[in-house]
Design a protein around this ligand. Sequence first.
Ligand code: NAD
Length: 295
Amino acid sequence: MTDVIDGDAVAADVRDGLAGAIRTLDDAGVTPTLATVLMSDDPASETYVSMKQQDCAEVGIEARDVELDPEAPAEELFETVADLNADPSVNGILVQMPVPDHVEDRDVIRTIDPAKDVDGFHPENVGRLVAGDPVFKPCTPHGVLKLLDAAGVETEGADVTIVGRSNIVGKPLANLLIGKADDGNATVTVCHSRTENLPEKTRRADVVIAAAGVPELVDGSMLTDGTVVIDVGVNRVERDGESTLVGDVDFESAKSKARAITPVPGGVGPMTRAMLLYNTVKATSRQAEVPVDLP
Ligand code: NAD
């Protein structure tokens, strides 16, 4: 029987686990506060931001909503971030990506105070993660590790193949999985668009993590019986004249081979959202110097 890993349930456990930490902060007179900055009129980005704000409200994190005209000069965004950096009542800052073309992603990321960088993308936080001393693990990779743990998957000594080398998923995940930590100690292969013979790399893995942004790229023929499959991909495709969401894994054929597999939706997506709350609570605890137990 294949275990279909329930990301909604694991995410709910993380949120429940954060409740105690939020109470501890509350008792100390501190309300964790996340500022979301949206400089886009893309409906998907607007939806992501409003979901994040809703998530915050549900667990008792205050969400500060900052919206900028997508046509505004880059300096306006940098000044907004600088103001949020300087505001002691703001604990976490999330600039919703992508920003408009006239603003460089990396310039925005570098402007955020590393102590409030709840996405974990600032070079200082990336460096700490690579050095094995992370403060904020980026939300999606962290969520993947939590899912593996919840599914009882031992990473130590496991062969893990990651399909995708992006800065937000593939690279941080690879670094976390090779780290000397309870949720690391894996042997990791990172594949990308120039990788030759991808099926050979996925077939030899105990765990396959697909994060390529290519609909149903990984199918059952590319897996060995008993593999654990984590599908990070979220792709909107047309099927029978209707728009639907699919992952980077062909779920049905992969499920026939997998020991455990995440669905799309309901797998990694809810975990990414939960780990943003986790990082916001962690940032608050560090800034307020109020120790908390994190789930
Ligand atoms: P990206 O486009 O930045 O990177 C994709 C990576 O996949 C690249 O490194 C590329 O080299 C590799 N790739 C592309 N085609 C490939 C192929 N045919 N074979 C092997 N490798 C290939 O994407 P990203 O931001 O890392 O996101 C990846 C997917 O995950 C997307 O579908 C995205 O929507 C999804 N995503 C989901 C969540 C979530 O919370 N569920 C979070 C982040 C990203």
